[in-house]
Design a protein around this ligand. Sequence first.
Ligand code: HEM
Ligand code: NAG
Ligand code: NAG
Ligand code: NAG
Length: 516
Amino acid sequence: MFSLRRTNVQVVLVKVLYSRASGTSSRLRAMIWTILLIVQGILILFILVSKRSRSEKEPPLDKGVIPWLGHALEFGRDASKFLTRMKVKHGDIFTVRVAGRYVTVLLDPSSYDAVIEDSVSLDFTRYAQVLMDRIFSLRLPHHNPAVEKAMMKQHFEGESLSCLSSTMHCHLQSLLLQACHNQTDWNTDGLFSFCYSLLFRAGYLTHFEGEQKSNRTDPIAVYAEYRKFDNLLTKMARTMLKPEEKRTAHSVRVRLWDLLAPAGLGKGSGSSTWLRCYRHLLQEEGADEETQRRALLLQLWATQGNVGPAAFWLLGFLLTNPEAMRAVKKEFSKISGQDSAQCPLLDRLQHTPVFDSALEETLRLSAAPFITREVVQAKTLHMADGQEYKLRSGDRVCLFPFISPQMDPEIHQEPQRFKYDRFLNQEGSVKKDFFKGGRRLKYYTMPWGAGTNGCVGKRFAISSIRQFVYLVLSHLELELCDPEAQMPEVNSSRYGFGMLQPEGDLAIRYKPRRSH
Ligand code: HEM
Ligand SMILES: *[C@@H]1O[C@H](CO)[C@@H](O)[C@H](O)[C@H]1NC(C)=O
Ligand SMILES: *[C@@H]1O[C@H](CO)[C@@H](O)[C@H](O)[C@H]1NC(C)=O
Ligand SMILES: *[C@@H]1O[C@H](CO)[C@@H](O)[C@H](O)[C@H]1NC(C)=O
């Protein structure tokens, strides 16, 4: 591909040279030859710089044909397709060149712990900081991730979690009632925007700015700006913004920073105790006002970016799989029948195994984060099958659980199909036994990441989605506009960034349920 481009450059230059040969001065001719030589020189330099070859005991090396860039373009277009192709070619471990960096990809879930549990040779924070800077323009000066993590955990567990869940419930309920206030006729919408908008606004009100005030920020405005930001996020992470998009990205971020500025400042802000503690922590670390706002956008993304899309996939799969919908509704109706409380699902101990399995199955099909580490000292990676591979310092290691375990046909039969009861045993208990190569797997699905960098908000996220689906199914009559409609395709540029999003949307219509 690149050699093709090089000959094009030569052809063009030679054409210019000869078409003008008679009329042009020898000075111009010399200049063009100089340019040509410089182009050739840069090419040779590229080839020399990228001379790396595979050494003994290293994973198979695949540099791609384009100097420096390597496989970056194919990787960015559809990482899942690209890595699947590499897996077929090289096996469960290989090293690819991506935009100047060498990334070793590991796709054997039985060996994942060798990466996840090593925090000495493998570093999590460096690459996280690179992304933080690219996406949020954020550099935290004296930041201690361990302290932040411990603080967050405290606010998303036990008593605090119950508190958060009930606040979330209030906001969800009032937003839902608002959505179909006074309405007797069908309302049409896309399922993705319906779910994302509702859950984002409820989550925003829960964490960032919940109190009724005369001039509080309108959550709809925050959502609208956030969606623009979200659409540019993967390109920011890959530094592939076009100049026009760069300007948009900048102005959208500035608006979001302004909108978030009051969040977490004192009790009057109506923010959750978690956010107020977080802001306090930033102040103690010496982060200035501007940095604090940028950090708030990071937290908005971490807490609101995944729940809406997850709820979309779940409701979408239920609407397109009537048997699954019936099973979930039956489970919910049993619960609301036995208890007259306002929302029986607020009780975390309320078991909903059918719903849990349907959600787990949804996330298996639609959660696709990368787990990335930087190799800070050379390491020998011991695979579960006894093989050993050397990793070079300065390279990156990347796990992609979406390909395996989640979509691995050896672990999950017919992995492309939604089977709501995949994670249920015959007698209705949670199924945890899954195998690959005769080995029982610790990781048979990994939507929440793993180890110390796993999702802190997991239980809150599950509780929010469960409440949302319950409220939607009990308050609304909800159906597909086209009863034969299928789920939309996945937007293939988002692999590696958490929850996937659809390309296009699924048209639905809804109205309030009469007999509520
Ligand atoms: C379906 C919904 C969600 C999914 C699939 C999800 C998934 C993940 C994953 C995979 C990570 C690890 C990222 C990494 O390795 O760097 C993560 C981190 C995180 N999640 Fe979630 N998440 C969800 C919802 C939430 C919610 C609702 C909250 C909080 C309200 C939350 C808070 C966080 C935070 C704070 C981190 C960063 C942890 C750290 O600093 O290491 N997440 N999430
Ligand atoms: C609700 O219905 C009442 C009476 O029919 C009407 O006056 C009012 O404008 C409606 N509100 C909305 C938001 O549609
Ligand atoms: C309204 O916003 C302004 C700044 O935009 C602020 O000075 C004022 O205190 C706010 N009023 C209330 C009641 O929150
Ligand atoms: C796919 O996702 C990218 C990045 O989020 C976004 O810019 C693009 O508009 C999306 N494409 C479609 C068709 O939704």
